[in-house]
Write a new protein. Structure first.
Length: 652
């Protein structure tokens, strides 16, 4: 009599008849406890690792499914081939493995079409896994996947692969499976990865042994490399030696880049590799590589491998590891291969080398910081002391500074982005750009030392006239070039620069420092000029030593503020009239010609000033007050816009 899969019971499977070769004895079937199975899973994972244990359980499940499919075919008279296939679902339930609930079933035994989907409820395998291990990153019902694949492939007569897409073992609410023939999976599954029957289960122990030997080899090589790299640091050698040792150990090309992705050191065949080029053109890469780069730059601690960079002209596969010093990225190590497969030791060695590079950089940074702090403290003394003693001048001479050469005092002031300047990472980065730019000019162009000090949001520097000549720049253009460099890297940076007059020798530096400070104070009021020269202030500089610049601005506004506002609203030209009237020694006719006015027009304006604003230009006291206020406006840049119509020569 033909039967259906859903009518099978344990009694049908395990009924005993001592006079016949019954099912239990002929097939040597037995029932095992779930806890015992869980212990087996734990031991396999601990002995082989999760990936090897996965392959073991998949193949074991496949063989179990295949064997039970053949057994059930001979044991029962199935109504049709589909019922034989569906008996595998029933076997799951009868043996307590899981309760299989299909939600999509398309099985055509004639055309060998197979496409099913459903849930494995109460999976014993997932529950046992979670009793011994934390939630995994992927589904863990390996036996169930293998069993379903083996059973359905055997009963259908065509390769069927089951894949678990959700699993309680990885934190999902249920175990969700999909089963399809290999041709329906297409590129989603590689045939080699699911060719379970070809490999012998016994190979796993051999492979585990080989893996242990490989790990031992990696450990030995790693220790040897670590010792070699440590010796490099102890001997005071630099990044070139690190790249050479790493490249020889791995037989690969090596590139060490700074945090701006510019190459610092390289070794071996790198085929014009440039991390900077990759970063700047990452939109040409595959989306997966773009995501990897973005994640690396964001997390700062990720080792990434990029695919073939054909779009950028490279034929190599780089493995990139960041160099982290005090929780900040200082650079990157790239291992360059012409093989897509990266070995475990390469990633491990790259991380070791990155740590050694970080140690080397930290040592260099500490030495530089110590030297610069000493120089900064020395400059601080030079700037603040009106009279330098012989000890200071001797120290300057010992450090290679030419104390009798003329120079300027520059003060670079970073506007307050954070009240905690010392711990503000952005301010520290901007200060580093300024100091590196100053050193670049001094060493690479002029070949001389430059005194730099910094505190909170300010940097002070002595810039020699010889340095400016070597750079072919005026003091103002030099300040602008530094400003542009900072803006290029930090577009939102708020930087003001105050520049002194020429200090003939180091003994006049204190005076220059005061001048640069006053120029900076006016720049803060001006708000239009980011680079301000003390020389542009003119004769009111005498007043700046006695008054706060803001007080001068307030004084000028009290005298000319109403006229200034009136000019802006009415375009009346009254301030321009006053300026040229005083500049031409109150000569009515000469002023009228410069302003293209009639004599009557000039008299009308002077009368308007007297009646509307109480400015009597015939009064000598008033003229002195107005002249002072005009000079302050000129120094602070407030009069320039109103005089743009006139020749620059007319009001210089």
């Amino acid at each position: 009599m033909a039967i259906k899969a859903n009518t099978n019971t344990l009694g049908d499977l395990f009924s005993m008849n001592p006079k016949k070769d019954d099912f239990l004895q002929s097939h040597r079937m037995f029932i095992s406890s779930a806890d015992a199975w869980g212990t087996l899973i734990k031991d396999l994972v601990l002995a082989l690792g999760i990936e090897r244990a996965k392959r073991f359980l998949l193949r074991y499940g496949y063989q179990c499914g295949r064997h039970e499919a053949l057994m059930l075919k001979d044991m029962f008279n199935w109504e049709n081939k589909k019922e034989w296939i569906m008996a595998g679902v029933k076997m799951h339930s009868l043996f307590g493995r899981t309760s299989s609930v299909p939600i999509k079933v398309h099985i055509d035994t004639e055309s060998q079409e197979f496409d099913v989907e459903g849930y494995w409820n109460q999976s014993y395998e997932a529950k046992q896994y979670l009793q011994h291990f934390p939630i995994h990153s992927e589904p863990v019902c390996y036996f169930l996947e293998g069993y379903a694949s083996g059973y359905c492939s055997t009963s259908l007569g065509k390769k069927v692969v089951f894949k678990e897409v959700e699993c309680i073992g990885k934190g999902d609410p249920h175990c969700h499976f999909i089963g399809k023939t290999l041709d329906l999976w297409g590129d989603e599954i590689s045939p080699e990865l699911v060719d379970y029957e070809r490999e012998d289960i016994r190979d796993e122990l051999d492979q585990a042994h080989k893996r242990i030997e490989r790990q031992s080899e990696i450990l030995k090589k790693g220790n040897l490399l670590s010792n070699q790299l440590t010796q490099i640091v102890l001997q005071g050698n630099g990044l070139d030696s690190i790249a050479q040792i790493l490249g020889r150990s791995l037989k690969c090309g090596i590139v060490i880049s700074n945090k701006d992705f510019e190459t610092l050191s390289e070794y071996g065949d790198i085929q014009y590799y440039s991390l900077k080029n990759i970063i700047e053109n990452k939109e040409k890469l595959d989306l997966s590589d773009q995501d990897k780069i973005n994640e690396m730059l964001k997390q700062r601690t990720t080792t990434i491998q990029l695919n073939l960079l054909k779009e950028l002209g490279f034929s190599h596969y780089p493995l990139i590891t960041p160099i982290i010093v005090q929780n900040r990225v200082y650079g990157y190590i790239s291992i360059i291969k012409n093989s897509k497969e990266m070995e475990e030791l390469e990633s491990s060695f790259a991380e070791r080398a990155a740590n050694i590079c970080a140690l080397h950089i930290l040592n260099e940074k500490t030495a530089i910081d110590t030297e610069q702090r000493m120089k900064g403290e020395l400059l601080h003394e030079v700037l603040l002391k009106p009279n330098l003693d012989s000890n200071i001048t001797k120290k300057l001479s010992y450090l290679g500074y030419r104390i009798n050469k003329p120079h300027y005092v520059f003060i670079f002031n970073l506007q307050n982005q954070s009240y905690d300047f010392q711990n503000d990472e952005f301010v520290n980065d901007e200060k580093e750009v300024i100091m590196n730019s100053l050193r670049k000019y001094s060493f690479s162009i002029a070949g001389e030392n430059i005194l730099i000090s910094h505190s909170f949001g300010q940097i002070q520097a002595l810039v020699s006239v010889d340095l400016l000549k070597a750079c072919n720049m005026s003091e103002e253009k030099f300040g602008i070039s530094i400003l542009k460099e900072v803006k290029r890297k930090f577009p939102s940076a708020q930087l003001l620069i105050g520049i002194s007059n020429i200090c003939p020798s180091i003994h006049r530096t204190h005076e220059g420092y005061k001048q640069a400070k006053k120029a900076l104070e006016i720049a803060q009021i001006n708000k239009k000029q980011q680079v301000f020269l003390f020389s542009t202030i003119g004769h009111i500089s005498i007043l700046l030593d006695a008054r706060n610049p803001q007080e001068l601005d307030n004084y000028a506004n009290s005298v000319l503020g109403p006229i200034y506002d009136y000019d802006l609203q009415k375009s009346s030209g009254l301030l321009k009239t006053i300026y040229f009237y005083l500049n031409n020694e109150c000569n009515l006719h000469k002023t009228a010609r410069i302003l293209n006015l009639s004599i009557g027009g000039m008299r009308y304006r002077l009368t308007n000033l007297k009646e509307r604003f109480n400015i009597d230009m015939m009064n000598s006291t008033t003229r002195r007050e107005v002249q002072m206020a005009l000079d302050i406006y000129v120094a602070f840049g407030k009069l320039t816009a109103l005089l743009l119509n006139q020749d620059e020569e007319s009001f210089e």
